[in-house]
Design a protein around this ligand. Structure first.
Ligand code: GGG
Length: 355
């Protein structure tokens, strides 16, 4: 039996509430498929920052590096400036483990009221490939002329040839592998004078290596509108760090609730552990009520299994959560229009796995 060492970081807020449900489902699927998990728990969070001034200990990355994968909940909580908590843990892990691909599915699941009129499961089903370690997310810049009428800030975005080409290539390979040879690029080359014309240039260059893959590109503003108006036209959408982040909240928002959306931070070369998390954050407004939807965390665990080469087990989880949502009497958390508790839904998904 293969046993995987999984670093478990619930993090902040509802991350602590949804993580136990994902572990419950993983343990059950592990029993069914003969997969062992050694969960190593880390309680690093904004509470750690308040006590120590850091999100994780000095040897935190070395501790994480010893695992096959990382399962993360949420990062950020009132009392700690968001940019410090994010850069102190989430973005630090993405960068130092070169998890340059952020893969996020946008899929309308059964049984969830969809705000887009007339759409049913199958109509909205595509992938967002977000560049995850450079671009607009940068610590380069600073304040100038502080305290004077000329005060301002500069924030620099970085697009390297290596970083741009490898994410574009990943998107093309994904589209080919899915048998849906179509890649859409998110750009804004009419407004961003340097970065986005370069992005477009590299998109065209990499695209020439994939003559079988159809391409199109939209400025981010009209792309957002097209997401809402005609989501069925998309297969794989590739975007920079910021554009991909925004689109991958918009996408799940269009499917009724962002709480179901997972996110895989992948180092495709497997030189470092990859990290799997729900798209959602720590949701302090509902933390403590035990009503958070655990599906994003559970689906993230399924993506982790796919990455580890356990696609059969990952597929079982997806089928179980769809089967639960298809039931009229399914426990639904408030974001899905019900009044169920987090654990009720997690339990139902674990119970829907084959006996
Ligand atoms: N689930 C992880 C989490 O807390 N995400 C919230 C967030 O703000 N993420 C920013 C990002 O993905 O760049």
């Amino acid at each position: 039996m293969t046993t995987y060492s999984i670093a478990v970081l619930p993090g902040d807020g509802i991350g602590k509430e949804v993580m136990p449900e994902a572990l419950k489902v993983l343990k059950r699927v592990g029993q069914l498929c003969g997969i062992g998990f050694a969960f190593r728990h880390f309680d690093w969070s904004c509470e750690t920052w308040l006590k120590t001034g850091r999100m994780m200990p000095d040897d935190g990355m070395a501790q994480l590096a010893q695992n096959d994968a990382i399962l993360l909940g949420a990062v950020g909580y009132p009392g700690v400036p968001d940019h410090l908590s994010l850069w102190g843990m989430l973005l630090k892990i993405r960068r130092e483990f070169d998890q340059y691909v952020n893969l996020r599915p946008v899929r309308l699941l059964p049984g969830i009221p969809c705000p887009l009129a007339g759409k049913k499961p199958g109509d909205v089903d595509f992938w967002i490939v977000r560049e995850n370690v450079e671009g607009e997310y940068s610590q380069i810049g600073g304040r100038f002329a502080e305290g004077t009428p000329a005060e301002g800030v500069a924030q620099t975005a970085i697009f390297t040839r290596l970083g741009t080409d490898r994410i574009l290539r990943y998107a093309f390979e994904l589209a080919r592998g899915l048998g849906r040879p179509h890649v859409t690029s998110a750009t804004k080359s009419n407004g961003l004078f340097h970065s986005m014309p370069y992005w477009d240039e590299r998109f065209a260059a990499i695209g020439r290596d994939y003559p079988d893959v159809r391409t199109d590109q939209y400025h981010i503003d009209i792309l957002a509108a097209r997401f809402v108006m005609s989501p069925e036209r998309f297969d794989v959408v590739v975007g920079s760090n910021l554009f991909g982040d925004i689109l991958s909240d918009l996408g799940p928002g269009m499917t009724g609730t962002i709480a179901v959306a997972p996110s895989a931070n992948i180092n495709p070369e497997k030189a470092y552990p990859s990290m799997f998390e729900p798209v959602h954050g720590s949701a302090p407004d509902i933390y403590g009520q035990a009503i958070a939807n655990p599906i994003g965390q559970i689906w993230a665990a399924a993506m982790m299994l796919d990455h580890l080469g356990e696609a059969e087990a990952g597929g079982m989880i997806l089928r179980a959560l769809s089967a639960v949502l298809e039931r009229a009497d399914a426990p639904r958390t408030p974001d899905m229009g019900g009044s169920a508790k987090t654990a009720d839904l997690g339990e139902a998904i674990a119970a829907a796995l084959p006996a």
